[in-house]
Write a protein that binds this ligand. Structure first.
Ligand code: NI
Length: 188
């Protein structure tokens, strides 16, 4: 398996719209395995194909403590969302080190396909509901910082570009910034 490189905000490729998956072959299974490996290594609780510059509707998620409960959602669609909303401090592997509150429906029901193309439904609440919605936004080209105020977003953009320049000078490791393992739960 391969650790893939994760696009960093404000890379324009994060704003591409992902297309549905139509072919369920070994190449897709390899990408799923590589994305899972990349998510666990980061470490994070979710990763969308868009973040590794593959613009297809594929996300991997694992919100378990043990990191042994991988969920793969292909061509996901939200078929129901609760009226009740929750604010959660979200983080993103494409915006390392930044956490901020985003309000979303507390529960969602999602219809998706598995890696073999078989349909299933997922009723998500808590962190899983946050993560599913965050990752599905990536497939639409939306990064969570776009829900924040323009002032905050610009500040984040400036900080990310500065870090990017430092990375290119070799000042830090290239691995998703400096995220403590305890922060894993917020990163998607
Ligand atoms: Ni993200």
């Amino acid at each position: 398996m391969t650790i893939l490189s994760i696009l960093r905000y404000p890379d324009k490729r994060l704003h591409k719209t992902a297309v549905p998956v139509t072919v369920f072959d070994d190449r897709l299974k390899k990408l799923v395995a590589d994305m899972a490996e990349t998510m666990y290594d980061a470490p994070g609780v979710g990763l969308a194909a868009s973040q590794v510059d593959e613009h297809i509707q594929l996300i991997v998620i694992d919100v378990s403590e043990t990191q042994k409960a991988l969920q793969v959602l292909i061509n996901p669609e939200i078929v129901w969302m609760s009226e009740e909303k929750t604010v959660y401090d979200e983080g993103c592997l494409s915006v390392p080190g930044i956490y901020d509150g985003v309000e979303r429906p507390s529960q969602v029901k999602v219809r998706a396909l598995d890696v073999n193309g078989q349909p299933f439904e997922l009723h998500a609440d808590g962190l899983l509901a946050v993560c599913v919605q965050h990752e599905m936004d990536h497939l639409k080209g939306i990064v969570f910082v776009e829900y924040l105020s323009p002032l905050k977003r610009n500040r984040i953009k400036t900080r990310m570009l500065k870090e990017e320049r430092e990375l290119q000078r070799g000042g830090k490791t290239g691995k998703g910034g400096t995220v403590a393992p305890s922060a894993r739960r917020g990163n998607a």
